[in-house]
Design a binder for this molecule. Structure first.
Ligand code: 13P
Ligand code: SF4
Length: 335
């Protein structure tokens, strides 16, 4: 739920705060000071700007961020990422103040699966178990049996009997990939991530021809032809781990280019080449929603403790079950 009641100032009605910062403010130092004094934990996804990742208390993939939210004892959670991530935190921690620097930072996957349409689809298939990717709204999670992330989707799908009838939503690319590696025939919702969908196979193969020693790392939100040329397919955290542990020294990275920051930090001696999208001359592929999170908005968000993420308690009560189920299965599987 993105409605914001009683904005403290008129400009706040826009849903973010990037004004009125005194000139010369040391944003980084002030953000850290406020976080300490207000007992706030700053969490960041690998796709946000590198400078924000660097000052966060915790950086992770979607699974790790949900796990971290479930165990934090901070008073405030500041989620530097997109709206569904803040919602997941709020659902898991209803008594905490959950802030996002920009309420408008949505996700094309979450937007592709409107709760009312999805509920009708679910009702039309009453004999199916409903598995939803974490990249969904709280209302869509409320009509889901178990949530997954790209870091545990395979294992959670495989925890069901082979002949279980399953609806998988909303990412048809991730769902198709899981079908292909598990031999399942899950019914797929036809959503997609507008960032991962636009990687160019042709440009990736051209890069590979130029750097034959490079390994190709691919996020499973990419289309099938890109996934099929991968040396490693996985969540952002899994790709990062592979890059750190593998003996290769050069990698072509087909996921949002923010992850290259942590890869380069952990492996300063290795070379990371962002895989290019098919629609521009730009060498890397960025998520415009993730990049809406700026240092200025983070500063004001902590200062004013605004904007908050709110979830209707009735929706939250239903949505928390499939999220907790995911966390329980993941804990059992050691993920
Ligand atoms: P992971 O960090 O779980 O790989 O998710 C990728 C993503 O698209 C988040 O929006
Ligand atoms: Fe959503 Fe794609 Fe952006 Fe991730 S990269 S937040 S899936 S739009």
């Amino acid at each position: 739920m993105k409605t914001q009641t009683k904005p403290k100032k008129k400009w706040m009605a826009k849903g973010y705060a990037d004004e009125l910062i005194p000139e010369g403010t040391d944003l980084r130092a002030e953000i850290r000071r406020m976080a300490r004094e207000k007992n706030a934990v700053i969490m960041a996804h690998y796709y946000v700007d590198g400078a924000i990742q660097d000052l966060a208390d915790f950086v992770g993939d979607s699974l790790a961020l949900a796990q971290q939210a479930a165990r934090t004892d901070a008073r405030i959670i500041v989620m530097c990422g997109v709206h569904f991530m803040g919602e997941t935190n709020k659902i898991l921690c209803p008594d905490k103040l959950v802030l996002v620097p920009d309420l408008g930072a949505t996700c094309s996957l979450a937007e592709s699966c409107k709760a009312e349409e999805f509920e009708a689809f679910v009702k039309a298939h009453p004999d199916h178990t409903v598995i939803s990717y974490v990249n969904t709204t709280a209302a869509t999670k409320a009509v889901t049996d178990v949530v997954v992330t790209s870091g545990n989707a395979r294992q959670i799908v495989e925890s069901f009997p082979q002949d279980e009838k399953i609806i998988f939503a909303p990412d048809q690319n991730l769902g198709g990939y899981i079908n292909s590696i598990t031999g399942r025939e899950m019914l797929l919702w036809n959503g997609a991530c507008h960032v991962h969908e636009k990687f160019s196979l042709e440009k990736i193969l051209a890069l590979k021809a130029e750097h034959p020693d490079a390994k190709i790392l691919v996020h499973p939100e990419c289309k099938g032809p890109i996934v099929r040329v991968a040396d490693k397919v996985g969540s952002t955290a899994a790709l990062l781990k592979f890059a750190v542990q593998d003996e290769a020294t050069k990698f072509i990275v087909a996921t949002e280019s923010g992850i290259l920051h942590e890869m380069q930090k952990r492996c300063p001696e290795k070379t990371f080449i962002p895989a290019p999208p098919n629609d521009s001359t730009c060498a890397c592929n960025e998520c415009n929603y993730m990049k809406m999170v700026t240092m200025e908005k983070l500063y004001n968000c902590l200062k004013y403790e605004w904007p908050t993420v709110e979830v209707d308690p009735e929706v939250a009560e239903k949505a928390v079950r499939p999220i907790n189920r995911m966390l329980e299965i993941s804990a059992k599987l050691g993920l």
